[in-house]
Design a protein around this ligand. Structure first.
Ligand code: CTP
Length: 397
């Protein structure tokens, strides 16, 4: 159940307008209990002051190769040896180029060259700079050199242009970072995940839905991706940010989710059905807004297809994992559900303790009985669930 967590991180900040986001990044990392050592280039100091980063990280910020406060006079060695990983965010086009060529003319580039730990970079630049063949060649080379690239994202840029090149948001970087050192248990595997609620339309402005936040499904998608899987996430409406670089299909109703699952199921090795799919939908959805009357109102509901059962009953089904949210008799009801739906594995929880929450508990039920996972964040539970699936499928990294 253990995973290589990053406890000590060296955050390198290079010169670019996205450097202002590094302040929030440091705040979030420190909140996660990560010990953050900030190193800045001279250009980065034009965009944000070392004092800001020092206040947020609670540690002196290094900018200078010749810093006299490091006793042996070798800050590039000293700083890179004491950390589990290095993240450069933002990483400018110039700094990426320097990494490619092994440049070492300032503290940050020198300690990257001298490192013996994983290096991740979050590029941030104007879209033309990102698309330039020189930058694309550099990115390819960095990937060949086992340097992990986070992003960039697309959207409006500081220069007013729109396109690829924005640094990923600090929240996304924190998630990617916490997942990045995962063993690649699912390399080459395709995993389809459903998440969130469905909404069953009554009329154009009303619908029946449930309290699912989508957090568990999205966490599984993020961790599965970090474990090397090719993930497709089919999601009902949620307030969550789309996980970075998964294939994402947005749906609203159970019927749409059913269609999207069946369209994509053929190439899947594993199907994890986390969505809280509505069991019923209105027999007819009114084309126009229903008007109130003085009379009682009765709505006829008809059953939706059970998507998971249909997939599990395919001739050659993928490895199917269900979720059972119950309010009573947890183990008994979940095991009945597992048998009824013909699932090798089901993850059970008490609905009110899980829905919408950041932390939860899961009990895994398979042919060998029940396995209770500890109370943990949904990311941590996702990791444990995926490790359990990998061991059932005898997958090793
Ligand atoms: N599920 C599904 N399609 C449905 C209903 C449920 O794929 N129409 C999946 C869910 O994603 C979950 C599992 O089936 O993985 C169990 O869902 P749940 O709602 O707990 O079970 P139901 O079979 O609907 O039974 P009940 O609501 O009576 O508890």
């Amino acid at each position: 159940m253990t995973h290589p967590a990053i406890k000590k991180l060296l955050l390198g900040i290079t010169g670019g307008i996205a450097a202002y986001k590094a302040a929030e990044l440091v705040r979030l990392l420190v909140k996660q209990g990560i010990d953050v050592q900030v190193v800045m280039t001279t250009s980065a100091c034009q965009f944000i002051t070392p004092v800001t980063l020092q206040a947020l990280s609670g540690k002196p910020v290094f900018t200078d190769m010749w810093d006299a406060s490091i006793a042996n006079g070798m800050p590039h060695i000293e700083l890179s040896r004491n950390v589990d990983a290095i993240l450069i965010a933002p990483a400018s086009a110039d700094f990426l180029s320097k990494l490619v060529h092994g440049g070492a003319d300032d503290l940050l580039s020198t300690l990257c060259l001298a490192r013996d730990c994983p290096l991740m970079v979050a590029p941030a630049m104007n879209k033309q700079m990102w698309e330039n063949p020189a930058t694309q060649r550099n990115i390819q080379q960095l990937e060949n050199d086992d340097i992990t690239i986070f992003g960039p994202g697309a959207g409006e840029q500081a220069c007013g242009e729109i396109g690829l090149g924005r640094m990923l948001e600090p929240e996304q970087l924190v998630k990617l970072l916490s997942n990045t050192l995962q063993p690649k248990l699912f390399a080459g595997k395709h995993i389809l995940i459903t998440a969130g609620p469905t909404i069953e339309a009554i009329d154009p402005v009303r619908g029946i839905t449930n309290f699912s936040s989508g957090k568990m499904g999205y966490s599984i998608a993020e961790v599965a991706q970090a474990m090397g899987a090719k993930v497709t996430l089919i999601s009902g409406p949620t307030a969550l940010q789309k996980p970075y670089s998964t294939d994402f299909i947005a749906i609203t109703s159970a019927q749409e989710m059913h269609g999207a699952v069946m369209d994509n199921i053929a190439e899947q090795d594993i199907f994890i059905s986390v969505a809280a799919v509505a069991d019923y939908r209105p027999a007819t959805a009114s084309a126009h807004k229903l008007k109130k009357t003085e009379q009682a109102f009765t709505l006829e509901l008809i059953p939706n297809t059970d998507i998971l059962s249909e997939v599990a009953n395919l001739k050659q089904p993928p490895f199917c994992v269900g979720f059972a949210a119950e309010s009573e008799h947890l183990l008994e009801f979940a095991e009945q559900k597992r048998q009824r739906k013909k699932l090798p594995l089901i993850a059970a929880n008490i609905a009110t303790e899980a829905m919408g929450k950041d932390n939860s508990t899961l009990v895994l039920l398979d042919d060998n009985g029940s396995h209770t996972l500890p109370h943990a964040t949904k990311s941590e539970l996702a990791r444990m669930l995926l490790q359990h699936i990998a061991s059932m499928l005898s997958l090793h990294s």
